[in-house]
Design a protein around this ligand. Sequence first.
Ligand code: BV8
Length: 223
Amino acid sequence: MQLRIVVLTGAGISAESGLGTFRDAGGLWARYAIEDVATPEAFARDPALVHDFYNMRRAEAARARPNPAHAALARLAASAHEVTLVTQNVDGLHEAAGSPALHMHGRLSGALCAACGHRWAAPEAMSPETPCPACGARAARPDVVWFGEMPHGLEEIEEALAGADLFAAIGTSGEVYPAAGFVEAARPGAHTVELNLAPSLRARAFRERRIGKASVVVPTWVD
Ligand code: BV8
């Protein structure tokens, strides 16, 4: 029977690909305060620091490879089911594994001109001097969604959730909205499952929980 499935992923699905999560001990935010690197105000205040943070993450993501959890979701996307894969991650690993994903928080591989809105493939390293190929302004920024900015694709996501038979959240702490609220936006009769190394802040909102490493619990769940 064909199911309408919505899957949300967070940094935890890429942990076993060697990419740091945000809020685990020693995670990214432990070394950087969110307000120092992931807000428009931070970028206005110290663009070089913010570029350094994203240059470092872009280099790490370029070295990372999808793990069995990404591969399992690619198999799910290729199945007969109607799958909407939404990711908070900006590392591009779902695409690398072969499954299209809605990048609600943008992509490390993208650059955006804060002056004219032009988007292009980010160079390996960006700086406040990086010129926009379209308008020439030195106003390049990472094409990611910072705190206080509007995530991408919310209408499409809400629509998919409203008609879902199944909603799964994988590797996310349930700290960041609006993603943390998607479990409530799922169709009332939908089955909801959280696959995570530890119960998230929203764990109780799910009908089912599968605890474990994504590279183990996701393939088991998909297959
Ligand atoms: C918005 C940028 C307006 C790219 C990111 C007060 C209360 C409630 C909400 C707010 C509030 N004040 C402000 C807000 C809104 C704010 C927010 O939610 N703040 C939080 C901190 C309270 N949200 C926003 O500003 C958003 N925009 O609201 O716009 C709006 C919106 C809708 C409608 C109208 C108006 C914008 C949010 C996006 C911010 N940008 N990143 C980048 O640098 O990456 S957020 C950042 O956190 C990443 O995108 C990341 O994906 C996201 C969530 O983190 P997680 O992915 O969950 O990662 P985390 O480390 O937290 O957790 C990892 C999990 O994996 C853990 O549970 C761990 O157990 C598990 N795990 C670890 N290893 C494994 C594993 N699981 C399985 N296997 C493993 N091996």
